[in-house]
Design a protein around this ligand. Structure first.
Ligand code: NAI
Length: 336
């Protein structure tokens, strides 16, 4: 089979690899579509601290189960599935309270173990979620990125009367807009980015107001509006302090970033307004929820997708995704 292998940082090859056999409790998926995420690019360039090399990347993927390991029902063969990349031990403290995404022995498919930019991939059977026919093949790899928004909004508990502010109109910000509008019915969703093209995409995805902070600071543009719910999907370390300064008293702030740089913020700026701070990593069993949202038309994954490429053009696809955020949002690889 053909697989996209990062042999070592900086070295991406489309390699011929032996077909993997599903172990006990696993399924093998004949991958049909897989979408590119920033973390795939980070692994390629050696900027992901969790990745081990060589690694088949890709953690957003969809396909058909074509083989099962011991203990998995044979009738799963042929199922159309989206694969949750979160592999957890099932017995540590976070697993015991329903948060496998921060399992003490967390393994992420495509990061810690081989992933879905490949003609075939193996995964635990319970990670392979059957899709209803209403989720089209070409969009099925988009379930995973929406689970990030599902996870953070589960902490933030959005209400219709919230004034929400989202930093960043990349894939993470855009999925958050759609979930706030389409699922939670938040009346006012404001979005800030530095790129006008991304802000246009934010509007297409449902934003009620957009701000470009490349020249004029956001505070000067908000004219005193105090957001009650803020999601940082731009993830620069300077944003938390600004978000706390702009937030309404009693607001909730959600953070998605993984920067190793310190955020400089005073206790006073948080405590005086009794702000609640939530962090969110990957997703905790949110695939069924997102699949239902797509089925019910509450979210529209197609609004994020700008490009499709054949697997053979993976390097071109990843380079475009990385270098051209003005024309490019989600880029999907088609296998076979
Ligand atoms: P992206 O790079 O496509 O989008 C980020 C957007 O933020 C860009 O449009 C950029 O112009 C904008 N931006 C950057 N600095 C800004 C600033 N100071 N003010 C306003 N806008 C600014 O990235 P993507 O894929 O949307 O991911 C966003 C972040 O989310 C990344 O840092 C990524 O590491 C993180 N992430 C976290 C996950 C989690 O589970 N916690 C999962 C996936 C991504």
């Amino acid at each position: 089979m053909k697989s996209v292998v990062i042999e070592q940082p900086g070295e991406l090859v489309l390699a011929e690899r032996p077909l993997p056999q599903p172990a006990a409790g696993e399924v093998r998926v004949k991958v049909q579509y897989a979408s590119i995420c920033g973390s795939d690019v980070h692994i390629w360039h050696g900027h992901n601290p969790f990745a081990k090399y060589p690694r088949v990347i890709g953690h957003e993927f969809f396909g058909l189960i074509d083989a099962v390991g011991d203990g998995v029902a044979n009738n799963r063969i042929g199922e159309r599935v989206a694969v949750d990349p979160v592999v957890s031990c099932g017995h540590c403290y976070p697993c015991s309270i329903g948060r496998p995404n921060v399992c003490k022995e967390l393994q992420v498919i495509g990061v810690h173990r081989d992933g879905g930019f490949s003609e075939y991939a193996v995964a635990p059977a319970k990670n392979a979620y059957r899709l209803p026919d209403s989720v089209p093949d070409k969009l099925a790899s988009m379930v995973e990125p929406f689970t990030i928004a599902a996870n953070i909004t589960a902490f933030l508990k959005p209400q219709p009367n919230d004034v929400a502010l989202i930093y960043g109109a990349g894939p993470m910000g855009l999925t958050a807009i759609q979930v706030l509008k389409g699922v939670y019915g938040v009346e006012q969703v404001l979005v800030v980015d530095r790129l006008p093209e991304r802000l246009a995409l934010a509007q297409e995805n449902g934003a009620d107001g957009v701000f470009n902070n490349s020249e004029i600071p956001l505070a000067a543009q908000l004219e005193g509006v105090q957001p009650t719910l803020i999601i940082d999907a731009a993830c620069h370390p300077s944003i938390l302090a600004e978000a706390a300064a702009l937030a309404s008293p009693a607001a909730r702030i959600g953070l998605l970033g993984f920067s190793g740089e310190p955020c400089s913020i005073t206790q006073q700026s948080l405590t005086s307004k009794e702000l609640s701070l939530f962090t969110s990593r990957l997703n905790s069993n949110r695939f069924p929820q997102v699949i239902e949202w797509i089925e019910q038309g509450q979210i529209q994954p197609e609004k994020l997708v700008t490009h499709y490429f054949p697997l053979a053009d993976v390097e071109q696809a990843m380079t475009l995704f990385e270098k051209d955020p003005r024309t490019c949002c989600k880029v999907i690889l088609q296998m076979g």
